[in-house]
Design a protein around this ligand. Sequence first.
Ligand code: IDP
Ligand code: MG
Length: 140
Amino acid sequence: MTLQRTFTIIKPDAVKRGAIGDIIEQFESQGFRILAMKMLEISKSQAEQFYAVHAARPFYGSLTEFMSSGPIVALALEKENAIADLRKLMGATDPAKAEEGTIRKKWATNIEFNAIHGSDAEDTARFELSFFFAGYELAK
Ligand code: IDP
Ligand code: MG
C-alpha cells in the first residue's frame, strides 16, 4: 500500500481543554508522519467555506460558529491508509457511540463539540489540505 495524506483539525473545544499534546502524541504513536502543522483562528466565513458540503444541514450555523470560536490546530498527516486509519482513531462523530480508545471517546463533549475533524475521502482530503496549506508548507 502506498502512502496517503489526510487532513485533521484539533477543534476549539479540544484546544481549550488542553488536549493538543495528547492528540498529537496519538498521531505520532499510531504511525502518522506530520507533514505540516499550524495553530490559528479562522473567521465564520472561512469556516463556512471549509464546511460548504454541510451548508444545507441544520447544524451548519452553529458548527461554523463553533469552529471560528477560538484557536484550532490544523495538521497534514501521512501514512499508509491515512484517511481510514485517522477516522478509526477519531471515533464516531457522536462520542456516545465512539469506541473505547478513540480520541472522541476521550475528549469530545457531544456530537457537535467533538474535539477533532478528519477528512473522509481522497477528494475531501485534497480540498481540505489545500484549503489550509500551500504546497511549500508540507515537509518533503
Ligand atoms: P465527522 O466530523 O465525523 O466527519 P460530519 O457528519 O462530517 O462528521 O459533521 C461535521 C461536524 O458537524 C461534526 O464533526 C460535528 O462537529 C458537527 N455535527 C455533525 N452532526 C451534528 C449534529 O447532529 N448536531 C450538531 N452538530 C453536528
Ligand atoms: Mg465529515
